[in-house]
Design a protein around this ligand. Structure first.
Ligand code: ADP
Length: 543
């Protein structure tokens, strides 16, 4: 027997409609590429989104068309999210930190018809435009006075809105209609497209509102340092309006002092981003000897948050939520909101829990399998590849069957490429990316564990552990480190610091000091680049 309830499609537009009506005064505050700070409410945003939709329609955008963005976090980017998806077209966010070759690949692969670009990236497009589709039209995201001289024959964003009605008769369509497209940076091979739907996006927004409750709240402000150009800024452009939270959009400047200043000026409560960003903010907090005004919560994910970082924030009274996810998961898979029984534990033990990757969000199933594909127990010890299933996870890649076949198993689960354990209470612990694990003498060493302990040394600002080939042991770990100050502790001193946590054979064979670690397009330490950089390096016992 079927239920007898109305079927109303889950459409993204309903989120902004709701916010404009229920949270009309909450603001989007944006640091603009034009150099000033701009503010507008959700109600004003909804009106501009309607105008933009008219503009898009006038320029021929129809159901299913791909419309690209190449932009920082700001209100215009947010407006594009809603106007494009509202028409039933697909908002294809492009990561400007991709290589020129990757950018050319994805614009051609997605067959975008329009490309909206921030002032900053106009020169980037001018350099590659000969390799992009001839009929692609460009729109600079500014007003007419600021459109720079350019060879793109570009249109102007504000002209798209000018003179149009501030209401729109939004079409209704199937909730499984595609709404967004984001390519994973893909460390090998071409980038692969995750094609989100209205349904998956709305469910994701609801799910995040549910599990991240302590980090959200009506009338508070959230700072997405995570970019709108990658994985929908972890869904914040949907979750924040849904719960009536104001958004503070940082624009291009993401260094510690800039982020501190903005948070302080706006009284940001919760800030979301990758660990490398928080390193910069922590340095500025230390320099100023105080927290930004109103700051009480940080969401960290994208790569493992070092235990020392979590501890530092928590000691200052800032709640840390350590989450895990992937582009292919919209992206939230697990979250670090602690159950009461963990919060009641002594501080040190509580931090140990926070250093793991948390527990699954509603609607995300997790399983760990061994090399033969058989499930291993959730006992906190058995390690294997992590597979996921759920209604906010890709069923495959956009027009790429070969890549899809590699990640979807026979039962329809998605293989994350992460090696993990799960304990009996459901806490996930990511040991490594499968390709980053270090195999020494038939045993595995987690590079994440090594890095975590290494950066707790006061002289080490950041570190990456990578495998170096060894004729006898297969691979041996080497630590590539950035010093916090002038002090460069010897390998023996680093061993002394780390030996409490590791067996002797797990300790790095060498430490290499560098000025900075290479980052990926999404701000994570790029082990691939490091491995290339140190190709030919010889371990001390082989020299
Ligand atoms: P990219 O940003 O490089 O395109 P994703 O954002 O999809 O790719 O990256 C997903 C991967 O990032 C995960 O598979 C995992 O390896 C890593 N990751 C994300 N969050 C965490 C975390 N909290 N701890 C450890 N690794 C993480």
């Amino acid at each position: 027997m079927m239920g007898m309830m109305m079927h109303r499609p889950l459409l993204i537009g309903s989120i902004l409609d709701f916010a404009a009506e229920q949270h009309p005064r909450a603001e989007i505050v944006s640091v603009r590429t034009e150099g000033d700070v701009h503010r507008q409410t959700y109600r004003e945003t909804a009106a501009r989104v309607a105008q933009l939709a008219h503009g898009l329609e006038t320029h021929g955008v129809r159901l299913g068309d791909r419309v690209a963005t190449l932009a920082w976090n700001g209100y215009r980017h947010f407006e594009l999210y809603y106007a494009i998806a509202g028409l039933g077209a697909v908002c294809h966010t492009i990561n400007p930190r991709l290589s020129a070759e990757q950018l050319i690949y994805i614009v051609n692969h997605a067959r975008d018809s329009l490309l909206f670009v921030d002032l900053t990236f106009v020169p980037l497009l001018e350099r590659v435009r000969d390799h992009l589709p001839r009929d692609l039209r460009y729109v600079v995201m500014t007003d007419r006075a600021h459109v720079p001289a350019n060879s793109l024959d570009a249109l102007c964003y504000e002209d798209f809105l000018d003179g149009h009605a501030t209401t729109f008769d939004w079409p209704e369509f199937d909730e499984n209609t595609a709404s967004g497209l984001c390519y994973t940076s893909g460390t090998t091979g071409n980038p692969k497209g995750a094609l989100y739907s209205h349904r998956s996006t709305v469910l994701h927004a609801l799910k995040v509102a549910l599990v991240m409750g302590a980090s959200l709240g009506e009338g508070k402000k959230v700072l997405p340092v995570v970019p709108l150009f990658h994985v929908n800024a972890w869904g914040l452009p949907y979750t924040a309006p849904l719960v009536g939270m104001g958004m503070v959009m940082p624009g291009p400047a993401l260094d510690g002092p800039s982020v501190f200043r903005l948070m302080d000026a706006e009284g940001v409560f919760s800030a979301w981003g990758v660990p490398t960003v928080w390193q910069g903010l922590l340095a500025e907090i230390k320099a100023q000897g105080r927290l930004p005004r109103g700051f009480g919560d940080v969401i960290v994910g994208g790569s493992a948050a070092p235990r020392a970082m979590i501890e530092t924030f928590e000691k200052m009274g800032v709640n840390v939520n350590h989450a895990w996810g992937m582009t292919e998961m919209s992206p939230i898979g697990t979250h670090g909101a602690m159950p009461t029984w963990v919060r009641e534990k002594p501080f040190d033990q509580m931090i140990n829990y926070k250093a793991r990757q948390g527990r699954r969000a509603f609607g995300v199933e997790l399983k760990i399998v061994d090399d033969s594909g058989a499930r291993v127990p959730h006992d906190g010890k058995s390690m294997g590849e992590l597979y996921v299933r759920g209604n906010t996870i890709v069923a495959g890649y956009y027009e790429n069957d070969a890549a899809t076949a590699k990640v979807i198993d026979k039962d329809g689960w998605f293989g994350t490429g992460d090696i993990a354990t799960i304990d009996a209470d459901g806490f996930l612990s990511i040991q490594d990316r499968s390709k980053d694990l270090i195999k020494s003498g038939g045993e595995w060493i987690s590079s994440i564990d090594l890095e975590n302990v290494a950066v707790a040394h006061p002289a080490i600002a950041s570190a990456a552990a990578i495998a170096m080939p060894h004729p006898k042991w297969d691979e041996r770990p080497v630590l590539v480190a950035v010093a916090a100050g002038a002090d460069r502790p010897s390998l023996e001193e680093i061993h002394a610091h780390m030996s409490e946590h590791f067996a002797k054979w797990q300790l790095p064979d060498d430490v290499i000091w560098v000025d900075a670690l290479p980052l990926t397009a999404t701000g994570k330490i790029s082990k691939l680049t490091l491995r290339q950089q140190f190709e030919g390096y010889k371990l001390p016992d082989l020299r």
